[in-house]
Structure formats: C-alpha cells, structure tokens
Design a protein around this ligand. Structure first.
Ligand SMILES: *Cc1c(COP(=O)(O)O)cnc(C)c1O
Length: 366
C-alpha cells in the first residue's frame, strides 16, 4: 500500500461534497459584484444569529477582530484586567492586549481542559472588567457558575466561541450564553469560510449597533463618520460560502461526534482517552484531543505513517515570548503546563472514512 497522506482536517472532501452549491453561490457574488458586506453577508448574519439563539450577529473580517471589537463594545479599555485562560489560541489574549487591557490567566480543569471556574473569584481585583471563557475544542465552559460570579461582581462575559459553532450548554447554544460571543470562520473551523471571516453574536442591541458601525469606519452614512472606526468587514464571497455551509453544520457536527465515538471505542483497549466532556454540554468536536505521556514520540510515529496530527497548543500563552512582559514563571499554571506536554489532536473531519480513522489508530502505539 502506498504511503497515505492523512491531513488533520480534509477541506477538499467537504468542498467536493457541496461543490455545485458553492460554485453557484460564488458565481452569484461575481455576477452581482457585492464584494464587501452586501446581501449575502446580511442573510448570513440573520441565519447565524438564529442558529446560535442570539438576537444579533455582526459579520466581521476574522475572529481576532471580532474579539477586539466585542471587548471594546463591552467597555474593556486601557489598564483593565480580563480573566481568561492561557490554554487557548493566542487570538483570545490579543483581543484583550490590543485594547491596552491585561489578560489574567486562571488554570484549567484537568479533566476537560476548560477554564476552572472555581478559580475565577480569587483572580478578581478592583481592576477586573470582564471574563472571557474559551469553549476550547468545541465544548462549552461551565457557564452557570461563571455567570453567577460575573453578576455578583458586575463583570462582563464574552464567550470565545471560535471553536464551538453549534455547541450546547444545557440546551442553549454557544454564542447566546454571555453578553457577547466571538466566532471565527477560519477555513479549518467547524463552520469555515474560504478565507478569513468572523462574527460577534449578542443579545444587546447597543453592542451590536456599535460593532456594526465600528467595523465600517464608524459610518453613519456613506460620507459621515460618528466616531473613529476601522475596516473589519466580511467579504461577500465569504458570506455566500457560509450561507451554503450553515444548513449542513448540524449534520457535520453530529458526524464529528459519531467519528469521535468510534475513536473512543478503538482507543479504549490501548488505554487512551480523549479529554472529558463537560457536564451539561453537547460538544461539537472541533478537535479530537487525547492525552498521552509519550506525546512527541507518538507524534513522530504518526508522521512516519503519513498521518498529520496536531498539538493545540504546545506553548501556553503565559510562556510565550509575546507575553513575557507579564513576568509569569513556569509552574504558575500547573494544570495548563502539564496538559501542553501531553495533548495530541488526531485527524477528524465530518465525512472522514472509517478506514482512515482505523489506519490512524493502528499507528498509534502508546
Ligand atoms: C481561531 C481562533 C480565534 C481567532 O480567529 P481568527 O479568525 O483566526 O482570527 C480565536 N480564538 C480561538 C480559540 C480560536 O481557535
């Protein structure tokens, strides 16, 4: 058998499955020349808000911009502290830092690798303005106790739902659980565009309205600007692609869960377990992540067998050079640091062939 080439996520297979619809939707944007914002993007905003169970959705250029603008809209600014986790993609903290605010990292739970909500209160100071729970790998943080703490201390809550399109917490969807939420439609996400794209969802009309103007040069009308804005708009082509894909998302997420169960069954005899599911959460398996002590050796075994596995993420934010100014020493977030040495993301995508999945398992030697 020829050496296979198994990616972490196969975007080609998904495109082939929906090619006629996608090609027609892109052609429509070309024919109507609605290249920036426009009817496709407006339609997507409506349907994605409904999908999340939120009142408003504002389409953005990417998830990082969504994070910056959502936090600014919630009143985060210079010198404020924002409580979040170090075990995430750097964009979560960039959104905080870009506003001159300071990320304050709490540790994660050893079972689910989600924010340990019991550590939040001890991290609150008079400068704390907001909490940013990160729904990492596609499962939601334990939001009820988090929201209770936020209410008690008058803090804003912004969900980083960039990996959690369609994930549910006690029957409600990510994107509707806090004051605002951010999504990324980076191509590899569960709902992926064909370029950069992102969005903010919120139930607060003023927040939605401010972000809508801020992303478009602070515009009131074409030639009048109410305040200094920026350009963080979604392209028409991305809106068109997302409109085609959104109706498929629930099915794709269900298929991810089915494939994950198959991995669970095949890996159990090897003594390998995926990170635990948060109680009350229906996960969407953005990534299938296991913990293995001999991670780096296993990763290179897989590579030799033509399998691309991943690590999300090998260096926690508090140990990145970009955050060296926070002077956080190795050892200060022990659960985060131990997880970073042991986590391994296995190939997973909706529609993945079971033979491919079985091939991955055969080459996984703990
Ligand atoms: C992808 C991602 C982002 C940022 O999204 P971009 O669209 O790439 O800017 C933010 N937070 C998390 C957790 C992500 O996975």
């Amino acid at each position: 058998m020829a050496q296979p080439n198994i990616p972490l996520v196969d975007l080609k297979a998904q495109y082939q499955a929906i090619k006629p619809e996608i090609d027609a939707a892109i052609q429509d944007v070309l024919d109507t020349t609605a290249f920036i914002l426009g009817p496709q993007v407006e339609a997507f905003e409506k349907s994605f808000a409904a999908f999340c169970g939120a009142d408003h959705c504002v389409a953005m250029a990417n998830g990082t911009d969504a994070t910056v603008l959502a936090l600014e809209a919630l009143g985060v600014g210079q010198g404020d502290e924002v409580i979040t986790v170090s075990h995430t993609f750097i964009a979560t903290a960039e959104g905080i830092s870009e506003l001159g605010a300071i990320p304050v990292f709490v540790d994660i739970r050893p079972d689910s690798l989600l924010m340990d909500v019991s550590l939040i209160e001890a991290a609150i100071t008079p400068r704390t303005k907001a909490i940013v729970p990160v729904h990492i790998y596609g499962q939601t943080v334990d939001m009820d106790p988090l929201l209770q703490i936020a209410r008690k201390h008058g803090l804003k809550v912004m969900e980083d739902a960039c990996q959690a399109h369609g994930a549910e917490y006690k029957g409600r969807r990510a994107g509707s659980l806090g004051d605002a939420a951010t999504f990324s439609f980076y191509p590899g996400k569960n709902l992926g565009a064909y370029g950069d794209a992102g969005a903010v969802t919120t139930n607060l009309p003023d927040v939605a309205d401010w972000i809508r103007r801020k992303r478009n040069h602070g515009r009131a009308t074409k030639y009048t600007h109410d305040f200094v804005g920026r350009n963080s708009r979604m392209d028409g082509i991305q809106g068109a692609v997302l409109n085609v894909k959104l109706p498929h998302l629930d099915g794709w997420n269900a298929d991810r869960r089915a494939k994950a169960s198959r991995y669970d069954a095949l890996l159990a005899p090897l003594g390998i377990k995926r990170v635990a599911t948060q109680e009350g959460c229906l996960p969407v398996l953005h990534l299938y992540v296991v913990r293995v002590p001999d991670r780096d050796r296993i990763l290179s075994d897989l590579k030799v067998a033509g399998i691309e596995a991943g690590i999300h993420y090998p260096v926690p934010l508090h140990l990145q050079k970009a955050y060296s100014h926070l002077s956080l020493k190795k050892g200060c977030l022990p659960v985060t640091e131990k997880a970073a040495d042991e986590i391994l993301s296995l190939p997973l995508w909706p529609g993945m062939d079971l033979e491919v999945l079985e091939y991955v398992v055969r080459h996984l030697k703990p």
